[in-house]
Design a protein around this ligand. Sequence first.
Ligand SMILES: C[S@@+](CC[C@H](N)C(=O)[O-])C[C@H]1O[C@@H](n2cnc3c(N)ncnc32)[C@H](O)[C@@H]1O
Length: 277
Amino acid sequence: MYLSREDFQSIRELVNRKTGLFFDEKKTYFVINRLSKRMEEIGCDNVKDYIRILGYDLEEFSNFIDSLTINETYFFRDYPQLRMFAEEILPLVCEQKRKKYNKTLRIWSAGCSTGEEPYTIAIILLEMIENLYSWRVEILGTDINRKALKMCRKAIYNERSLKDVPLEYREKYFIPSQEQDQYKYKIKDEIKKYVRFEYLNLNDGLRLQRIKNVDFIFCRNVLIYFDSNSCKEIISSFYTSLNKGGYIFLGSSESMSRISAAFKLVRFNNGLAYMKE
Ligand SMILES: C[S@@+](CC[C@H](N)C(=O)[O-])C[C@H]1O[C@@H](n2cnc3c(N)ncnc32)[C@H](O)[C@@H]1O
């Protein structure tokens, strides 16, 4: 399929305005590939017509965004960072909260894809916090991709998603099954009950403002796909959502340095983390 420079730019601007996602010229082939699949799916053979449809048909716009997002994820991704969270930061924050008789924990996985990240966090809490049942725990997973959110709720994963899960946790927190010669793993209800999922577009500032009193935000491997102004707005919103003494975790290839100076960089034995003072 041929896509003119002008049409590529119209699509890119529309997507960027509505979602914050940014596609540079190097992604032209990727966009053409996803675009032609969507056009074929709805029986549209003219790019300009499809662009018009994207402008007024919310359902098709969502389908297009679903096809453009990169949903790569797996359990226990970035193990060293999670180790710092589990062994150093979580005990510190829990101790501060216990002293204030405030046994609540609110954690937000923003851009949770198919759910591996928020479920990993739930496993970590169960492993690290004694008598977790005596705490009020809420783990919120949000994403713009509706297909991914369906998979979050289904909570059935393949071997690839579990590649970094320690054997002990596989046996403890997953129920294995076999479907058409493929091994599948279902998350046990004792993990599922701590996690809830919602559709959320990170470019929707008003919606973001409504998420408050969060202790930890995980927004890992998401902002790399956004333009720098959108990143600044999202991070500033996250700052407001966080409690004082709360932490934000970005992906290993993402840095706060060009986005915000509001957070304090704290050094732990297992790495660095950004805290709201
Ligand atoms: C690569 S995945 C990261 C998953 C997980 N956080 C991890 O690190 O493994 C990026 C996710 O960001 C989501 N995303 C992209 N743009 C978004 C937006 N505007 N609002 C909410 N989520 C978005 C995508 O749908 C995708 O699931």
